[in-house]
Design a protein around this ligand. Structure first.
Ligand code: ADP
Ligand code: MG
Length: 322
């Protein structure tokens, strides 16, 4: 078979068969055309993933594709937006058809699962990297921003924390867990659930919201800074999954606080919303907002010290948070 040229590659691997009605034009022209529902604004976010930084060099392409799309889509959920579509910028050193077939399958399967169709992209030769830009819609005035947290609000998280750090430790052979827990962690790393329904349900309920991609302390820190407030976090209330039995309590809490890659939502809401929120499965109240700036950790013994590093930052000189 002759080597694939750029356009044959796009046609074969990155042109979905069916598109929802709001995609007036998909892959193949100079731009895609998306219909934004009346009264909504467009929510846009882009994420680049680099091998060795965001995923292991030997990551399976099927899983990698799912991870890249899901991590990008997490920003839409955090804004209270529903997905309209995404574009893909793929830079590859070679066009390996076996790799492309698996990557494309993983990508289109995740796109269907999330209801976020592939509508365009860019394909280039060079050092391997994957960039996904997501577009979503949110009713004007109802987007969940980082700016609205008020003293007295409670701090909530969806699902368990620290799974991303535990999964990375597992992938790097630094953690030993049962096969069912290993399966759970691999799934959490490569196929994190993105809860658009929760983001939508929080419109008009949450005062501020963010997705936990760099660790709870770092991401809650962004809400606090944007809202000019501080927070008290009850460390004993952090929701941590079964893998906690494989490490000591301090390590489990460190990963839950600053591990990153969790793709959960962290949001603030007035105490009046407590009953409604507590009735939702998987939500945990982990603290409250105060006027004085910064984060205070409280454990069974009183005020606890913050971990040395509070989250992953590129260009910080820190390699990985452990
Ligand atoms: P242009 O030169 O106008 O930017 P390209 O030649 O780069 O367009 O791409 C042709 C069409 O294929 C465009 O519709 C573009 O969005 C789409 N496309 C290119 N690469 C990808 C990809 N990796 N995934 C999905 N669509 C792609
Ligand atoms: Mg063009």
């Amino acid at each position: 078979m002759p080597p694939l040229d750029e356009f044959a590659l796009i046609q074969r691997f990155f042109t979905p068969d069916a598109l929802p009605a709001h995609v007036a034009l998909g892959v193949g022209d100079d731009c895609a055309l998306l219909i934004v529902p009346p009264g909504n604004v467009l929510a846009v976010s882009v994420d680049t993933q680099v091998p060795g930084v965001h995923f292991p060099l030997d990551a399976e392409p099927f899983l990698l594709a799912s991870r890249v799309l899901r991590c990008a889509a997490s920003d839409l959920a955090a804004m209270g937006a529903t997905p309209l579509g995404f574009t893909l910028a793929l830079t590859l050193p070679v066009a390996d058809e076996v790799w492309l077939a698996a990557f494309s399958r993983g990508l289109l399967e995740a796109a269907t699962a999330l209801g976020c169709p592939l509508v365009g992209g860019d394909t280039t030769r060079g050092p391997f990297s994957v960039t996904v830009q997501v577009q979503g819609a949110v009713p004007e005035g109802l987007a969940l921003r980082r700016t609205g947290a008020q003293p007295g609000d409670e701090v909530w998280v969806s699902g368990t924390l620290g799974d991303g750090a535990a999964a990375l430790a597992l992938l790097e052979n630094r953690l030993q867990v049962s096969s069912s827990t290993a399966l759970f962690l691999r799934r959490r790393f490569y196929q994190p659930d993105i809860d658009f329904a929760l983001g939508c349900a929080l419109r008009g309920v949450a005062t501020a919201c963010i997705d936990v991609s760099d660790g709870l302390l770092a991401d809650l820190g962004h809400i606090l800074k944007a809202s000019h407030v501080g927070a008290v976090i009850e460390v004993a209330h952090l929701p941590i999954a079964d893998w906690r039995a494989a490490v000591d309590v301090a390590q489990a809490r460190r990963w839950a606080l600053s591990g990153g890659d969790d793709y959960r939502l962290c949001f603030t809401a007035p105490p009046g919303q407590r009953e409604l929120l507590a009735a939702q499965p998987g939500l945990a109240c982990v603290g409250h907002i105060v006027t004085s700036s910064g984060i205070t950790l409280v454990d069974e013994h009183g005020v606890a010290s913050l971990p040395d590093s509070s989250g992953y930052q590129h260009f910080s000189g820190v390699d990985h948070v452990v």
